[in-house]
Design a protein around this ligand. Structure first.
Ligand code: WT7
Length: 632
């Protein structure tokens, strides 16, 4: 079913209709999907209690929409086009029929291992087709998947397993990352030392590494599917049954499990995929994200496949074997829509244009960006060097909690303005809130970005702690969803996202809470206390700057740094390692003992002339010392 809007005029009309009568708007879209039993009501919600239901009492299984409904027309069409890390290895073309069979086969394997509707399954996997297959197999039998990005540490994985009380882990012996092989199974073994709920570990053989398998617990993927039928009835799910949990960082120490459900998530990811990317039947679409993050869930797996698209999945990294790899893949598979992150664009921009000019990029029709604000320079380079000034660049703003793209350029027909994400998708009602808690209606004012009305894939709860969901998203502004981002709207109604207004740092498009990193730093025996802030970083967008207080100032800075970095790697993973560590004698605090992050942020940014008033501090002298020792 083609759900596309094809002109800016049509967008404006549809947008208006979606605000005037949201139920009628979404009903028309949702009707086009396969339901086992139709819904009785489109939407029921209460933002005060964070109680939100879409397609009420409808019964479905998302995988029937992702797989079964395409078999007749698109059985032989490529669903997943897998490109290996090593370019000399053969790529894989998995048709809709083949994907259906492989998902069914693995669904039966999961059932044979005792996985039932409602059970949680943690996935810690390389970017191989088996990761997508495992997600879909869980969904098919009603199990709830929780993908943990394969760069997280054993401690981080154990936290997620314990929070979700998962019964099974699906992993691999290891993964390919450019020239390196990274072990995975050992990390799982380490994590499971502090977990009691896991009964089975299924291990996909990716690298032929020699690993230990624990008898009675660990099974090889290929053995579990032996003799399994290639059909498996899809479990009947309620629209509001959980589809997956994805952990993401917030402003407090513990990551929270964002919950998405079958019905609304399906409708919204499919609708936005088709509209933002303007996918046409024979196009090849590629999103470079990892399925460990929401972008991969929504725009490699569910949205594209539910639309019957050919979705490229890449195992490797942009820099291997050289910085032209992305463009070589675009040429090789004649990619039409390409979706990546500003951090990758900036890193490749720094490697020189010859990598781009040496590839034939004529197939590209649209290029997209996601994960953090894209700066003007990176936008221009992307538009000129990759898009040859001929095709639209779309900047898509959204969040794990949103499930799908919220504010964005629309498939090329809406106006483009570098550093502005653009317009809200139909059905999305953003607004800007001022310090006084009132809505800002004038143009070009900065405010807190909120959403006034639910959309189908809005977060339903934070797993196991609904109160936290209410507090984080629905308390700051009554009857509004609060995004945690600051934004501006121009006189034409286009939105520019400025960045987080809470204690969240966005490093290369990955989210970390400052408290989470501080907890990790503080777990080092050297450390008394610490404060972490973000600072502008040329490639990563933001870098992590840590101010650390030890018992006494370390004699050997690099040794102490090494220990602190080791703590962060152990607690969270290398992806959260601070770039800069400054040892300080004390942290600037208010009289009530609160760390003044505002001051530390200024110092980290190098804005030392602009620090502002420090006279109300408990310890104003320390600011001068910190400024003197600042790392630039
Ligand atoms: C935060 C969400 C969902 C995509 C992957 C990140 C920032 C995301 C943009 C953009 C400016 C952006 C926001 C948001 N962000 N996309 N196009 N322009 N900022 O998902 O980890 O849930 O992070 O990423 O600050 O709140 P996430």
């Amino acid at each position: 079913m083609d759900l596309r809007i094809k002109s800016f005029e049509e967008y404006k009309a549809k947008y208006k209709a979606s605000v005037d009568n949201p139920d009628a708007f979404w009903d028309e879209i949702a009707k086009t999907f396969t339901w086992k039993k139709p819904y009785e009501k489109v939407c029921d919600y209460n933002f005060i209690k964070a109680d939100i239901k879409w397609f009420v009492n409808g019964k479905l299984n998302i995988t029937e929409n992702v797989l079964d409904r395409h078999l007749e027309k698109r059985g032989d069409k490529i669903a997943l086009l897998w490109e290996p890390n090593n370019p000399t290895e053969k790529h894989q073309e998995i048709t809709y029929r083949k994907l259906y069979e492989r998902v069914c086969e693995f669904s039966n394997a999961l059932k044979a291992q005792g996985i039932k509707k409602g059970d949680r399954v943690v996935l810690y996997m390389p970017m191989v087709p088996e990761l997508a297959i495992a997600c879909l197999a869980c969904a098919r039998i009603g199990a709830i998947h929780s993908v943990v990005f394969a760069g997280f540490s054993a401690v981080a994985m154990a936290d997620r397993i314990n929070d979700s009380q998962a019964k099974m882990v699906i992993t691999a012996d290891g993964l390919n990352r450019g020239p390196k092989q990274i072990p995975l199974k050992e990390v799982v073994d380490e994590a499971l030392k502090s977990c009691t709920t896991i009964e089975t570990v299924i291990v996909f053989n990716c690298l032929n590494r020699n690993i230990t398998m624990q008898a009675g617990r660990d099974l090889w993927w290929h053995n579990t599917i032996e003799g399994m039928p290639k059909v498996c009835p899809a479990e009947e799910m309620d629209s509001e049954d959980m589809l997956f949990i994805l952990y993401t960082s917030g402003s407090t120490g513990k990551p929270k499990g964002v919950v998405h459900t079958h019905g609304g998530y399906m409708v919204y990811t499919t609708y936005t995929f088709q509209n933002v990317f303007q996918y046409e039947e024979n196009d090849v679409y590629w999103c470079t994200a990892d399925i460990g993050w929401i972008t991969g869930h929504s725009y490699i797996v569910y949205g594209p496949l539910s639309s019957g698209a050919t979705s490229v999945m890449f195992e490797g990294v942009p820099s291997f074997p050289d910085a032209g790899r992305f463009w070589q893949i675009c040429e090789k598979h004649k990619v039409n829509q390409f979706y990546t992150a500003p951090t990758a664009i900036r890193a490749l921009m720094a490697c020189g244009n010859e990598h781009v000019t040496s590839a034939n990029l004529d197939s590209l029709k649209l290029i997209g960006s996601v994960g953090e604000p894209i700066n003007e320079e990176a936008w221009q380079w992307y538009y000129k060097e990759v898009g040859k000034e001929k095709i639209p660049v779309i900047d898509t703003w959204w969040q794990t909690e949103n499930g799908g793209i919220m504010i964005s350029g629309l498939g090329g027909y809406s106006p483009m303005k570098p550093t502005f994400a653009g317009y809200p998708l139909p059905g999305i009602q953003p607004c800007l809130m001022g310090q006084d808690g009132k809505e800002i209606t004038e143009a070009n004012q900065e405010g807190h970005l909120c959403i006034k009305y639910p959309w189908p894939s809005i977060i339903r709860t934070t797993y196991g702690d609904h109160e936290r969901c209410i507090l984080t998203y629905f308390t700051a502004y009554k009857n509004h969803y609060f995004t945690g981002d600051g934004a501006k709207r121009d006189e034409n109604g286009m939105y520019r996202i400025i960045g987080r207004v809470d204690d969240v740092i966005n490093v290369s498009g990955h989210r970390f809470g400052t408290a989470e990193i501080e907890d990790a730093i503080n777990s080092s025996e050297l450390v008394v206390e610490s404060a972490v802030v973000g600072y502008p970083h040329a490639i990563k967008g933001q870098g992590i700057y840590a101010f650390v207080v030890c018992d006494k100032l370390p004699e050997n800075n690099s040794e102490a740094e090494g220990k602190i970095i080791a703590s962060v790697t152990k607690q969270i993973g290398k992806i959260a390692n601070p770039e800069k560590i400054q040892f300080v004698s004390d942290l600037p605090k208010t009289r009530s003992g609160k760390i003044m992050r505002r001051i530390l942020r200024k110092i980290a940014e190098g804005e030392v002339k602009n620090i502002g008033d420090t006279s109300t501090l408990l310890n104003p002298d320390v600011v001068e010392d910190i400024v003197k020792g600042a790392l630039h």
